[in-house]
Design a protein. Structure first.
Ligand code: SF4
Length: 211
């Protein structure tokens, strides 16, 4: 058994225990294909996860980027932050904060899925989190895609001001108080409450079933 698989098994066992579920209750992501008839299951991750780690090592070696150290000697890996915006507590963990070749700070979020996120709002929240926590605001943000071993285009996070992010939080808070929760169908595949969701399980009485 490889070192990767040993570590993977150890972390998987921790997650299973934390969830209070059985491993068999976990769903495999991805799509059924000829190559992956069981989707991206345990075997898929053992094989591909190791390659993703290798890609990260190679990318790091070639990037010329270094880790930002909010505290000297402690690199910004899984950097935990806890901020309050409009009386709402927001917890965040930044995968990496790095310094590029030009000496600028870059928030880097690791993505193991196949889809590049359609929005950089998550990175905007992180920029505000760093500003409020450390008094330093990273200008740039990017996603590192583990399946290709490359980063997405650097996005300028300056437009995500504290005011703008706070306004989003305020609107969310108002919606929550009014119990307005809009369904987000792009996440149904991995949703833990899909069997209870009336939007997902809604049957239109005016539509005839195919016979
Ligand atoms: S199943 Fe319902 S609750 Fe879950 S992600 Fe889809 S719309 Fe949202």
């Amino acid at each position: 058994m490889s070192d990767f698989q040993k570590k993977f098994d150890e972390l998987l066992a921790q997650q299973v225990e934390k969830s209070g579920k059985l491993l068999t209750e976990f769903k495999a992501a991805g799509r059924v294909s000829k190559a992956n008839p069981n989707k991206e299951d345990y075997s898929w991750w053992v094989e591909n996860g190791q390659e993703m780690v290798q890609r990260w090592v190679e990318w790091r070696d070639g990037s010329g980027w270094d880790f930002f150290e909010p505290t000297p000697g402690v690199p910004a890996i899984e950097l935990g932050m806890d901020i309050i915006l409009d009386e709402v507590q927001i917890k965040m963990f930044l995968d990496r904060v790095m310094i590029n070749q030009d000496g600028e700070l870059v928030i880097l979020d690791l993505k193991t899925g196949s889809r590049t996120p359609s929005s950089d709002l998550q990175l905007g929240f992180y920029a505000v989190g760093m500003e409020k926590t450390f008094g330093i605001r990273p200008k740039w943000g990017t996603y590192w895609m583990a399946r290709t071993g490359t980063t997405t285009e650097l996005v300028d996070l300056d437009h995500y001001s504290t005011e703008m992010i706070t306004e989003i939080v305020t609107k969310f808070k108002k919606a929550q108080h009014a119990e307005i929760y809009l369904p987000n169908f792009s996440h149904c595949q991995m949703c833990g409450v899909v069997q209870y969701c009336r939007f997902k399980n809604f049957k239109n009485p005016n539509v005839k079933e195919n016979s």
